[in-house]
Write a protein that binds this ligand. Structure first.
Ligand code: S3P
Length: 427
């Protein structure tokens, strides 16, 4: 239950880094997808944070050989083996939901569990469609709450139309489809992040995307192994983007970030608010990757109400930029925020109010009227993105944030980078 005191930054800063944490979504997928390949997958810059290291440990428990030289991680597998232990996903919804799809057709019996927060998050969004195609998945509350038990079964081909734009649900169903008994389609209401499709296609899977519909043909042979350097995570990078955007005269350059359009919508939103942002494309391996430069400029209010899944993880820290902007910003159609690592509508609203900001709560979002952020003592509610968002707010006014250990789930070197732009005391 450690806490951090952040000292307000009174002068401008210029900061360049190539050390933003590696992408969490891609790292989870590297661990899992290498179990579908023939031969050794080689992963550079795997995210060494709690969530993704849990996925790596699970893959090992499922029989994969993992060789980690402290730099590159090599993963090889001869198929999924039954484990004699429970599989602990820690705090990670992505871990638990994608493993459901991967294990639904594997031979054996598996138990997925997680921490106190994950055990409260809804799993029916994956267990229900998986059950409808023959998966034997169960859990508390009729399969909605972990621990989940899975007995691998043969899966039927499907045409599934999801009501929620969720990459986790889509990915679980794509993984199930790879071993179903015929060609499958998955349709979503809005395009969610598409790392699964890009990576599996790159490994040789027969996956095609037409608008919002993905068609998946079952695997006829094992896939080619991954050879990948994981790019920096735009969701982690965005904390430093907001830091520059709210500090007059400041600039940051964030190197090696994925420009995947389903991931950089928050940068576009910040640009609409008035920040100066430029993109310098450097390479294109599975994903376009490059450097992003963000310069402060006076911010104005915006409305955020579409392509929500493209910036869902960045909304908490975007609310800090909104608190520093001129006018009333409105976020709607974001009810998914309520089922993240915390109920991020209520945790954002509570914490902004504690900082003296005028906020109105809606069932599916909030309205933030820009004003003067005041120093406060706030809680992370065990949610890494809430913790980091209010630490960034501290640049403006000073802040004390409690229960910050959760930051290790996604961004273990956050404080090391933050200490380059402001004074902090962690205790
Ligand atoms: C993720 C998908 C998103 C996101 C999460 C990571 C992924 O969740 O919020 O942090 O890696 O697939 P949903 O797909 O449930 O919206």
């Amino acid at each position: 239950m450690s806490l951090v005191k952040v000292v307000a930054r009174s002068t401008s800063f210029s900061f360049r880094t190539d050390a933003i944490a590696a992408d969490k979504s891609i790292s989870h997928r590297c661990a899992m997808f290498s179990m579908l390949a023939h031969g050794e997958s080689v992963v550079e810059n795997f995210l060494r944070a709690e969530d993704t290291m849990n996925s790596l440990r699970i893959v090992e428990k499922l029989g994969a050989k993992v060789v980690d030289d402290g730099d590159v991680i090599r993963i090889s597998s001869e198929g999924i083996q039954e484990s004699d232990d429970i599989l602990d996903c820690g705090n990670s919804g992505t871990g638990m939901r994608l493993f459901c799809g991967l294990l639904a057709s594997a031979e054996g019996h598996f138990i997925l569990t997680g921490d106190e927060y994950l055990k409260r998050r809804p799993m029916k969004r994956v267990t229900s469609p998986l059950r409808s195609i023959g998966a034997k998945v169960d859990g508390r509350n009729d399969g909605d709450l972990a621990p989940l038990s899975i007995r691998g079964a043969s899966l039927k081909a499907f045409d599934y139309e999801s009501k929620i734009a969720s990459a986790q649900v889509k990915s679980a169903m794509i993984l199930a489809a790879l071993r179903a008994d015929g060609s499958c389609t998955y349709k979503e209401p809005e395009l969610s992040r598409d790392h699964t499709e890009r990576m599996l296609k790159g490994m040789g899977a027969d996956i095609s995307v037409d608008g919002l519909t993905t068609t998946i043909k079952p695997m006829t042979k094992l896939l080619s192994p991954l050879k990948i350097r994981v790019p920096a995570d735009p969701s982690s990078a965005f904390f430093f983007a907001v830091a520059a955007a709210i500090t007059p005269g400041s600039e940051v350059v964030l190197e090696g970030v994925t420009f995947n359009p389903t991931r950089i919508e928050a940068f576009k939103a910040l640009e609409r608010m008035g920040a100066e942002i430029s993109y310098d494309l450097k390479e294109d391996v599975y994903e376009p990757i490059g450097n992003i430069t963000i310069k402060h400029a006076p911010l104005k209010a915006i409305r955020v109400d579409d392509n929500i899944s493209w910036l869902i993880d960045e909304l908490p820290v975007l609310s800090i930029a909104m608190a520093c902007a001129e006018g009333r910003s409105v976020v709607t159609s974001a009810e998914e925020l309520r089922v993240k690592e915390s109920d991020r509508i209520s945790t954002v609203v509570d914490n902004l109010q504690a900082c003296g900001i005028d906020v109105e709560e809606f069932e599916d979002g909030y309205a933030v009227t820009g004003g003067t952020l005041r120093s406060a003592e706030v809680d992370s509610f065990g949610d890494h993105r809430i913790a980091m968002s209010f630490i960034i707010a501290g640049l403006r006014c000073g802040m004390e944030v409690r229960d910050i250990d959760c930051i290790n789930t996604s961004f273990p070197n956050f404080f090391e980078l933050l200490s380059k732009i402001t004074e902090i005391q962690v205790s």
